[in-house]
Each structure stands twice: as C-alpha cells, then as structure tokens.
Ligand binder design. Structure first.
Ligand SMILES: Cc1ncc(COP(=O)(O)O)c(C=O)c1O
Length: 436
C-alpha cells in the first residue's frame, strides 16, 4: 500500500472510533432522532443541522453554554450560524421582550417600535430606506425582484459557493430547489472572468449579488480589488450591486461594506439583527426602495404577516442600540481576530494542513495548506480530516457547525477562547500522524 492510502486507512479507523464514542455518549439524542424520522423527512426540518450518524439534540442554553439532552455541557462556538451573536437569553433583550409581551404579541397594525428600529438600522448601516421581512431568504428574494423591476432587466449575476437563502444558494454551482431566476454563475474573487461575464451580459444584467465575505461557504473574504471592480463595472453597465450582509453585517459597526470601502445600491440583512427572533431586512437607495411606497399609484406590494411583529422589532431595537453598540462590535471582532491568530499559530507550529479563515468574529476551519481564496480552492480540503476535527471538538465540549464554521458571540470570554485553543492544540497533537 502507498503511504497516502495507508494514511487514508488510518483516518478511516480514527473516524470510526470517534463516531462510536459519539454514539455511545448520546443515547437520548439518538432516541429523539429515531422518533423524529417517523414524522419529518430524515428527522429534520433544517438541512444544515443534520449530520451522520445523527445530530445531537440540545435541551437548554444560557449565555454561551448549552447542554444536550444527555446532560453534557458545550461551549457554543456555533452561535446559531451568526444569528446568536447576543448569546442565549441576553438579560437586556430578555427584559425588553418580557415588557413587550405584557402588551400583546401581534397587532395586525402599525406599532410604535418598527420605525424606531428602522431608523436604528438605517443609521447604523448607511441606508436611506429599509423594509423588514421574516428571514434572510425573503430579504434576498425581495431585493432581487426589486432590482429586476427597477432596472427593467432580468439577469442576476451570482457566485459559485455563495449562499443567499433556502431557495437561492450556489454551493457546488446551484441547487435544484432554487427559484427559477435567470442567473449567471461567476467565480468568486476572479476579477478577469467575472468582468468578462458582466461585459458579456451587459444589456440584460439587472444586478450582481454577493456576500462581501462568503459565510456558510467557508468564511472566504472578497478582495478589495474584486469588490472595487464589481462596483465600477455594475455602475458602467447600469446594473445594481447588492451586498448580502445577512451574516457579515456583524463584522464592523457599519457592516463589512463600511470597512471594505464599497457602497452597494441595496444591502440585505438577517440573523442577529433580530435580537434572536426571526428576522430579515433589505434596504439602501431611496429612489429604488421607494417603489414600495404605498402612496404611489404604481406602488409595488410588499406583504408579510410578521414583518413588523412586536417581538422582533423590540429585540432587534434593544440589541442594536443597547447591546451591540458600535464599540461592542469593535471589541467583539478584535476578540475574534485574536482567537483566529492564536489558532493559526498553533497550526503553523504543528506544521499541520489545518487553518482558520475568516474576519473578526466569524471563522471556519479548512483542512488544507495554502491560501483559501475561493470556494473552488476550499473544495480541495480533506473532508475526512474535517469530519474528524468536528467529532474531536464535540468530544472536547466545543459546539460548532459540522462544516467547520464557528462564531464568537458576546458572552464568549477569555476562558472560552482558551478552551477552544486547548481543544485544537490537543487535536493537532493527538492526530499528528494523520496530519502529515
Ligand atoms: C449570506 C446569507 N444570506 C441569506 C441567508 C438566509 O437567511 P435565512 O436563513 O434567515 O433565510 C443566510 C443564512 O444562512 C446567509 O448566510
């Protein structure tokens, strides 16, 4: 046998052993899963939460800690895929929600909180107008429809590996369940090829949509030159630039766009901005957004039963103005930056094919060497090593995404960062022979 096939056999053996220990440690999660498969396809109602052999079920959470149904404690480094920035049951948000509940949950009428929240979002992220939705998916679909109507054009340029919601995702090129929009697929961070695609579709292109850092696709940041080219070229051909900041708006006080130095025509939001409640929003230029102004004879409709629901408006406003202040955003992202540097220093010292990408409070592990500049490059990582990393982290009480994404939420402090660093150090040392 060659050295590499021997190594593969060793990784398989290590993985099997890790999974057996996992199964033994989680009998209640297993029972819940088996029962759930009888009423939900695969026992699941949110695909990203499924992993083999079966996902853990959590029973309780507080601050940055969670306890599974078998009673084991985890440090929550997933942070609900960025939506859990405030941690679990933040006392200030909790108190605001309690007060709001005393006055009724849903009015079917305008309320006193929605415009205050809208003002806070507009001021924070430099928008002239904003509209609320119930999810990031909805925000993106509405922004895209709006952009197509505004430009009177049909085509949308998207990027391989980008994700804009349940029915508009491009991991591995696209998904059969995507809405049937006329889209052009471009390679992320590839200036020349993307510029050529924009030129080739110049007359029909309504908009370009992208995450300024690809989030769920592996925390891969767009280069400043790439973003600059997109801003220039969209303006040149009369298309809109839409930034999906559903995840990345947490990375700087004014969103990632404020430090990346590019001003989009529209931005979409979601996740943590709802203070832990269901949330989405889109906004930007008044001349585009005001197509929704219901006082106009030709106004576009924008419906959504829960768009202004009292709980989201209250939790969101409280979170953004009282908890995740601009100063808190700077501090949290500095903590994340320091953590990533510590983790990468360990990987370098161990000379292991492991690295952590990302910006500020969002990070992702890649089991490979060399710069990770695009989803195509990231796809070359060793999937089995990444799976082993995941199960080893769980065994150390670290909760993270199966795909290797992690976030630093507000309640995570030095002790929790130290615990993650120690778990990764242990992984690098215990698995040294597999990481050659
Ligand atoms: C960049 C990005 N856009 C849109 C979405 C969709 O948001 P939601 O899950 O709230 O529909 C997500 C969710 O992960 C996302 O990461």
């Amino acid at each position: 046998m060659s050295e590499s096939s021997l190594r593969n056999t060793d990784i398989d053996a290590a993985l099997n052993e890790a999974k057996e220990a996992y199964v033994t440690s989680a009998p209640r999660s297993l029972a819940r899963y088996v029962e759930a498969t009888t009423v939900m396809p695969g026992g699941n109602t949110r695909t990203v939460l499924h992993y083999a052999p079966f996902p853990l079920a959590m029973a309780r959470a507080e601050g940055c800690r969670m306890w599974d149904v078998d009673g084991r404690e985890f440090i929550d480094f997933l942070g609900e895929y960025t939506a859990g920035l405030y941690g679990h049951s933040h006392p200030v948000i909790r108190a605001a929600l309690d007060r709001a509940l005393d006055n009724g949950i849903s009015f079917g009428a305008s309320n006193m909180t929605e415009a205050r929240f809208a003002r806070a979002v507009c001021e924070r992220f430099g928008l002239e107008r904003v509209r609320f939705t119930n999810s990031g998916t909805e925000a993106n679909l509405l922004a895209i429809s709006l952009g197509r109507i505004f430009t009177r054009r049909k085509k949308v340029l998207v990027f391989n590996g980008g994700y804009h919601g349940a029915v508009f995702g491009f991991a591995g090129g696209g998904s059969p369940i995507n809405v049937p929009l006329d889209y052009v697929l471009a390679p992320y961070n590839d200036i020349e090829r993307t510029q050529a695609l924009i030129a080739a579709n110049a007359d029909e292109l309504a908009l370009v949509i992208l995450e300024p850092m690809i989030g769920s696709g592996g925390c891969i940041a767009a280069s400043a030159d790439f973003l600059g080219m997109l801003r220039r070229e969209t303006a040149r051909v009369g298309a809109l630039l839409v930034l999906d900041e559903v995840m990345t708006s947490r990375l700087a006080p004014g969103g990632l766009q404020s430090v990346a130095g590019v001003k989009p025509d529209l931005t979409t939001f979601g996740k943590y901005i709802g203070g832990g409640m269901s949330f989405g929003a889109f906004g930007g230029r008044a001349d585009i957004m005001d197509l929704f102004d219901p006082r106009r004879a030709d106004a576009l409709p924008h419906a959504g039963t829960f768009n202004n629901n009292v709980l989201t408006m209250t939790a969101g406003l409280t979170g953004l103005t009282e908890v995740y202040t601009p100063e808190a955003a700077v501090a949290l992202n500095a903590r994340g930056e320091k953590l990533r540097e510590r983790l990468n220093a360990l990987c370098r010292t161990a000379d292991a094919p492991v690295q952590f990408t990302g910006i500020g409070s969002m990070l992702a592990v890649h089991t490979m060497r060399g710069p990770v500049t695009s989803p195509e490059v990231a796809a070359k990582a060793d999937p089995k090593l990444k799976e082993l990393f995941f199960f080893d982290m769980l065994a150390h009480g670290i909760w993270l995404a199966r795909r290797g994404m992690m976030t630093v939420s507000l309640p995570i402090g030095d002790a929790e960062c130290d615990a993650l660093v120690a778990a990764v150090e242990e992984f690098l040392s215990a698995r040294r022979s597999l990481l050659r």
